[in-house]
Design a protein around this ligand. Structure first.
Ligand SMILES: Nc1ncnc2c1ncn2[C@@H]1O[C@H](COP(=O)(O)OP(=O)(O)O)[C@@H](O)[C@H]1O
Ligand SMILES: [Mg+2]
Length: 225
């Protein structure tokens, strides 16, 4: 299997009464498995839109997204399988289900994939242990834990179906700097130790420190950092 995620001439324009906004303007770049790619840019520069296009949560107007040999921007691509099996998302506001325990949050993506419950549970425990979420916290409701703990649970959830790509949108945006650092270190380990293709978009230039490759985004355009 090809080891790169390759984005070519990707475009997305939002139509609005006040005028069209080209959020992603002919963006091209490559990201590799085992490496951390960081895209830095100010608010409104198109980072979230770019990540959503790569994760197939938005559809592009043009361009290619070649994910390890499969162009998911092409018509006929199996987007449901791609979203569920090959991509894991980490969001700024965690997006956990607050009424469920942390363990149940991590089991959920496997449940959707019809993984047997005993296997869901053992995988979720293993991932949460790895993120430093202990047995007590695994039984806690997701709204009863700290921000840093929430983000570590969210990373475990993103890993649940063993995706190739981890897409993180402002993963430290809602954390203090020490907690943010722990979360960034975990994302780096997912690349180094688990061979994931990790793509982080952020306005936090501090994250550039851990990048194997970095880019700058401004007004929908991507340039090498
Ligand atoms: N669903 C949408 N409808 C209309 N405009 C949007 C939508 N999503 C994003 N935009 C616009 O696209 C531009 C880029 O937004 P976004 O990708 O969220 O940037 P960032 O994540 O860098 O802050 C902004 O001007 C934003 O207002
Ligand atoms: Mg954003």
């Amino acid at each position: 299997m090809q080891e790169t995620l390759e984005v070519k001439d990707l475009c997305k324009t939002f139509k609005a009464k006040a005028g069209d906004v080209t959020a992603v303007d002919k963006v091209s770049f490559e990201a590799r498995k085992g490496e951390v790619t960081v895209i830095v840019g100010p608010s409104g520069s198109g980072k979230t839109t770019l990540l959503y296009l790569i994760g197939s949560l938005e559809s592009p107007d043009g361009g290619e997204i070649n994910t390890f040999g499969e162009n998911i921007a092409a018509s006929g691509a199996d987007l449901i399988r791609y979203r569920r099996r090959r991509v894991g998302f980490v969001f700024q506001f965690f997006n956990l289900i607050s009424a469920l325990t942390t363990l149940e949050n991590v089991m959920l993506p496997m449940d959707i994939q019809a993984v047997p419950v005993s296997e869901q549970r053992s995988t979720a425990v293993r991932l949460l242990d790895k993120m430093g979420i202990d047995a007590r916290l695994q039984k806690a409701k997701a709204n009863r834990i700290s921000g840093g703990e929430k983000q570590r649970v969210a990373i475990a959830r993103a890993m649940a179906n063993d995706p190739d790509i981890i897409l993180a949108d402002e993963p430290t945006g809602n954390l203090d700097s020490a907690t943010g650092r722990v979360v960034v270190d975990i994302l780096v380990r997912l690349a180094r130790e688990d061979n994931k293709c990790v793509v982080i978009v952020t306005h936090d230039e501090g994250i550039l420190e851990v990048a194997d490759h970095s880019f700058h985004m401004m007004d929908g355009k991507l340039t090498l950092q």
